[in-house]
Write a protein that binds this ligand. Structure first.
Ligand code: SAH
Ligand code: DHB
Ligand code: MG
Length: 223
């Protein structure tokens, strides 16, 4: 058996037991597929992990950067109370439309909202609204801007908030210090920012699974 087949099978085992989907999550993936969106949503096991992080945070306000079809959005929004709020930023209008429908079908349209536009334009507008600090920020958009997104996350959070950065390993390409690929340059800049910032304490975890070999970074906002 190939490594990747084994990773798939183990993911399926854990997912069946610990992160079972339901009709709304299945429908979201079906609609993503039907609309031709790329297969880059988090896995169910990862979605459940984000949900658990939101619960541990006692989150009332969540910010997501990079919505795609709203699959990760649904997992996280389900951790929020009735009066909680999730704002998800998406550059691609078609992705945002699919996501908005998926979120509504999941019964979460009063909690989760998709805002269309490049995140680096949406973030200053959001900051101008003086929103309540976000308890959890999930960064999963264009990796080139990862360090900028971490900076924005710092401005929009509070002491004790959590910042999660997806796809920080990319099959090991993160190691390439000489890389000129924007996603690697951006991710390395974000890792170095987390490492050096006095108000962040973080780590990164490598993962394998049905989405291959990748990983995520988690950072806690300090005083
Ligand atoms: N979080 C989603 C996956 C996001 S995929 C999930 O797990 O279900 C990355 C998304 O980021 C894509 O939909 C892409 O269109 C969006 N994106 C890329 N560049 C962006 C930008 N500058 N601003 C906002 N969104 C962006
Ligand atoms: C890609 C983006 C993602 O957010 C992800 O989880 C996996 C892959 C990509 O752009 O290739
Ligand atoms: Mg991702």
């Amino acid at each position: 058996m190939s490594d990747s087949q084994l990773w798939d099978d183990v993911d399926a085992y854990f997912t069946d037991h610990l992160a079972p989907d339901d009709e709304a999550l299945r429908a979201a993936l079906r609609e993503n597929e039907a609309a031709g969106l790329p297969h880059i949503a988090v896995t169910a096991a990862q979605g459940k992990f984000l949900q658990l992080l939101a619960e541990v945070q006692g989150a009332r306000h969540i910010l997501e950067i990079g919505t795609l079809g709203g699959y990760s959005t649904i997992w996280m929004a389900r951790a929020l109370p009735e009066d909680g709020r999730l704002i998800s930023l998406e550059y691609n209008a078609r992705h945002a439309e699919v996501a908005t429908r998926n979120i509504a079908r999941a019964g979460l349209d009063r909690i989760a909202e998709v805002r269309v536009g490049p995140a680096l334009e949406s973030l200053p507008k959001l900051a101008d609204e003086n929103p309540a600090p976000f308890d959890l920020v999930f960064i999963d958009a264009d990796k080139a801007n990862n360090a900028h997104y971490v900076e924005w996350a710092l401005r929009l959070t509070r002491t004790g908030s959590l910042i999660v950065l997806d796809n920080v390993v990319r099959g090991g390409r993160v190691l390439d210090a000489g890389s000129t690929e924007p996603d690697i340059v951006g991710t390395r800049a974000a890792i170095e920012l987390i490492a050096s910032h006095p108000r962040l304490s973080g780590t990164a975890i490598q993962t394998v699974g049905s989405k291959g070999y990748d990983g995520f970074a988690v950072a806690r906002v300090l005083d």
